[in-house]
Design a protein around this ligand. Structure first.
Ligand code: DP6
Length: 354
């Protein structure tokens, strides 16, 4: 596929920014999780909203052939300008280097194979372990930065497929802005359904737990098929995804929220009934879910969804965001509320800013 790909510009230092995303229909359960080629093959289609404020920023600079890759971690960089590079955790360094090897390998099928090293400095604009997919934005930013640093201009489809080869399935969806669907089976790239200007929604993340989750998404994916409810879930998903898609296209917020909340609970039903079971929720999760139901009883359209963690993403329309936030911050178990909304695609520019 990439045999004829020519570089579009000279290799050189660049900075890329890529958004995180919140899944309305979750990717949960996959084949080929260990494979080192094209990445995981999901059992079901997933659909997400790209976020705006929650992003990863990554600078990549070329190093001479034979140099080791250098990986630096930057704490919460503000809009691409930060300096305090820190010692990156070893597991992060290892995963990052493995993906850089994959990208060098990929470049061998192009017209400009790259054999040099990379100096990488990267960080997230949001706190890690806040229930926001940092690997989705992180691997997309890394893929975009490294490919642009090698001189390539990737299409969103290529960026999606290459980001997913990192092993983070949700990264496949961060290559586009707006609303994005990642097909199941062997289809390796996600596609955009609606762009970010089509409909602006808010995602208020009620942070009730900040520690790292005890069971990784990867282990959760592995265990998913052991749940007796996994087959019924797959059977119901086509219909639920269709409800989400048609609610998005028809801008029907109540219909959207209803399907999104049902799906958020379903993911955890599978996790809790897997063998061995995975409990991501904490008492704070239940408190926020109850508050969201109360908001609705009071006439405020707000709906909850959770990824593989205890924190709750509350989806609402911009006009209701202030009221929703007020209710969430007043809850005893909520440490903070991160306010986000529908966001655009990843971008890159020349120069290493981190
Ligand atoms: C629950 O394998 O993409 O967020 O690499 O740990 O971010 P990480 O996870 P990944 O699985 C994501 C699972 C999910 C649902 C989703 O985003 O679709």
């Amino acid at each position: 596929m990439n045999s004829a790909l020519e570089p579009a510009h000279e290799p050189g230092p660049v900075t890329a920014e890529a958004p995180s995303n919140i899944a309305f229909i979750k990717y949960w359960g996959a084949r080929d999780l260990e494979g080192d080629s094209e990445g995981p093959v999901p059992f079901n289609r997933s659909l997400s909203m790209t976020l705006d404020a929650c992003r990863s920023i990554c600078s990549a600079s070329p190093l001479p052939e034979g140099s080791d890759d250098e990986i630096h971690w930057v704490q919460e960089p503000a809009g691409g300008r930060s300096s305090a590079a820190e010692e990156a955790p070893p597991a992060f360094v290892e995963r990052t280097k493995r993906h850089l090897d994959r990208l060098r390998e990929w470049s061998r099928q192009t017209a400009a194979p790259y054999a040099g090293g990379f100096r990488i400095a990267t960080g997230n604009t949001f706190p890690s372990a806040a229930g926001i997919a940092s690997s989705a934005s992180g691997f997309t930013a890394l893929t975009l930065a490294a490919s642009a640093c090698m001189g390539f201009d990737l299409t969103p489809r290529m960026l999606s497929a290459l980001s997913r080869s990192s092993g983070s399935g949700s990264a496949a969806r961060s290559a586009w802005g707006g609303y994005v669907e990642w097909p199941d089976g062997d289809g390796n790239a996600a596609v955009q359904i609606l762009d970010e200007r089509a409909w602006e929604l808010c995602d208020l993340v009620a942070v009730v737990e900040t520690g790292a989750k005890k069971v990784s998404s990867r282990d959760g994916h592995r265990r998913a098929t052991s749940s007796p409810y996994f087959a019924p879930r797959l059977a119901a998903l086509d219909g639920r995804l269709e409800r989400v898609r048609s609610a998005l296209c028809g801008r029907d917020f109540e219909a959207l929220g209803d399907a999104v909340e049902e799906e958020g609970i379903d993911l955890h039903l599978i996790a809790m009934s897997s063998r061995p079971p995975v409990y991501y929720w904490s008492p704070g999760t239940i408190e926020v879910l109850a508050a969201v139901r109360e908001l609705r009883a009071d006439g405020v359209a707000a709906y909850a969804t959770m990824d593989a963690g205890a924190n709750v993403h509350v989806i609402c329309q911009p006009a209701d965001a202030g009221q929703v936030e007020e209710r969430l911050v007043a809850l005893g178990s909520v440490e903070r509320v991160l306010r986000d909304r529908t966001g655009g695609p990843p971008v890159w520019r020349g120069g290493a800013e981190l």
